[in-house]
Ligand binder design. Structure first.
Ligand code: SF4
Length: 517
């Protein structure tokens, strides 16, 4: 029987979607220079960044062909998880030879998701050699640049914003690759953490606002760039520092020899605008981003929520026979924040207990939807099961990180009610989401957001979710929980506040949103 690999991968993507929120980080990027097993290390790096994009993955390596005395770029990419795309180890050991590599995990925010051409890294061969690029973020002047390049005769292979950067570099009249990049990045606006591979160099570039995280590390005699430190940890690599907002870092043979990469600050800004949602949900809790540990910040966020939205007490706080109120997490995304919430709440309310009332399946299988069956319900049931003995006849406090459309949470509440709890209280470690993201996160439309459907009326949302109480963290307390490690540190909060720190070109959006500058 002929195996339809594409169909299997589409199925796999569907299962992955069952396991993720309706907001998605668009990408994870990774790059390594000067290692004989560059492709294998990139594979592991992408593994550790899988949460940043599950739709497609790819690796490009740079190999020097002794017989031809020239560099050659090898590429392998496909739809699905890193495991799927590189299922055959010969891809890594035979096809992707070379001492430097860049990789990419994709969840599309621009460009048709199913289009194979849109899978990164992108690679071109131009007059000065080979060039490949991996991009995390979203450009905000895409239409302008695309039209300009098209008028100049550029033919686009993809429908993504990231390809524009490659064309700008390839078309630049500057002499050195560094100057070509500076020329290209002087023209783009928006959010970008980018790895660029050339025949001789690995280059990292980050936008001046530092919207998306980006770190530099070292492993043996190699340098690494990655979206998050988890990719360094999996390799036992050392974290050196963050790629600074507005910085370009160049790694070449001299940098390896002198142990000194070249750093160029090419754009400055008054305040950085790190994505605050990275701390709430997107980044892994075992990562360090924006120079702080995500676990620590997420606990702070939970702590502030407990102060602002405390759990209820028992009906009779002095009755030892009445069972304690239980605080549960929605695994895995709210695990850490729940600990912060519980540890703070127990200081003033001894009638609390932290419990595991929801169990998440990590082993996803196929679902066979029968006619008349509710697909969404099935998805939630596959993802979560309830621990009935824990939830029965208890006041239950559920801590979750955010509410987008509210569909999953509604089904989760329905599921929990099957265990006959006494009451259900929802506590959310972020403010209500009211606006889409233009800087690299895939949100549903404004109209689909539950907070907008109720005009921000929390009581209306509570009723729709059918819980006994609902408490969100305020923006003020969220901003109190995140670190300010140096004088320029500040955050983008646009999806909660509608205040967009970077202007976007789309006039329709400009009219709707409130831009800061
Ligand atoms: S709009 Fe929200 S998700 Fe997007 S960068 Fe700003 S804080 Fe992050």
């Amino acid at each position: 029987m002929k195996i339809d690999k594409e169909r299997i991968l589409r199925r796999r993507k569907h299962f992955v979607d069952c396991y993720t929120k309706s907001i998605h980080s668009n990408c994870g990027v990774f790059g390594i220079y000067n290692h004989p097993e560059a492709a294998i290390l990139t594979y592991y790096g992408l593994h550790a960044l899988q949460h940043r994009g599950q739709e497609a993955a790819g690796i490009v390596t740079c190999e020097y062909l002794e017989d031809k005395k020239k560099h050659h770029f090898n590429v392998h990419k496909g739809t699905g998880l890193v495991l799927d795309v590189f299922a055959d180890e010969l891809i890594l050991t035979e096809d992707l030879k070379g001492n430097s590599a860049i990789g990419h995990n994709r969840y599309s925010t621009t460009g048709a998701s199913g289009k194979r051409n849109n899978i990164q890294p992108f690679k071109v061969n131009y007059k000065d050699g080979n060039l490949a690029l991996s991009h995390n973020g979203n450009l905000t002047n895409t239409n302008y640049l695309r039209n300009k390049l098209s008028e100049e005769g550029t033919i686009f292979q993809t429908t993504t914003d990231s390809e524009i950067i490659l064309h700008l570099i390839a078309k630049s009249k500057e002499k050195s690759i560094e100057d070509k990049l500076l020329d290209a990045f002087s023209q783009v606006e928006g959010a970008y953490s980018v790895c660029i591979l050339t025949d001789e160099k690995l280059i990292a570039v980050r936008d001046q606002y530092g919207v998306r995280p980006f770190v530099m590390g070292s492993f043996e005699d190699s340098y690494i760039f990655s979206s998050e430190t988890t990719a360094l940890d999996i390799l036992n690599a050392d974290y050196i520092r963050d790629v600074e907002p507005g910085e370009m870092i160049v790694i070449d043979k001299d940098a390896i020899k002198n142990k000194k990469p070249t750093s160029i600050i090419f754009k400055e800004t008054e305040k950085f605008k790190h994505c605050i949602f990275e701390y709430i949900y997107f980044s892994r809790p075992d990562s360090q981003i924006f120079e702080e540990k995500v676990d620590k910040v997420r606990r702070n966020i939970g702590r502030n929520l407990a102060i602002e939205q405390p759990p209820p007490d028992k009906d009779n706080p002095n009755d030892d026979d009445e069972k304690k109120v239980i605080v549960i997490n929605v695994p895995d995304s709210s695990n850490t924040a729940t600990l912060g919430y519980f540890n703070e709440a127990i200081k003033t309310n001894k009638n609390l207990k932290h419990e595991y009332g929801l169990i998440r399946s990590h082993y996803v299988g196929r679902t066979f939807i029968q006619p008349g069956q509710d697909n969404r319900k099935l998805k939630v049931k596959i993802k979560f099961n309830i621990v009935k003995g824990v939830l029965f006849n208890r006041k239950v406090v559920i801590v979750d990180d955010s509410i987008v459309r509210g569909n999953t949470l509604k089904l989760l509440v329905e599921l929990i009610k099957k265990a006959n709890p006494k009451e259900i209280h929802l506590r959310i470690t972020s403010p209500p989401i009211v606006s889409p993201c233009y800087y690299g996160m895939d949100f549903p439309s404004r109209e689909e957001l539950i907070a907008n459907q109720h005009d921000g009326n929390i009581e209306g949302i509570r009723k729709e979710l059918d819980v006994d109480s609902l408490g969100y963290l305020s923006l003020e307390q969220l901003l109190d929980a995140v670190p300010y490690t140096e004088k320029k540190t500040d955050y983008c909060t646009a999806c909660f506040s509608c205040k967009y720190p970077i202007a976007i070109e789309d006039v329709e959006h400009k009219e709707k949103e409130n831009f800061e500058d």
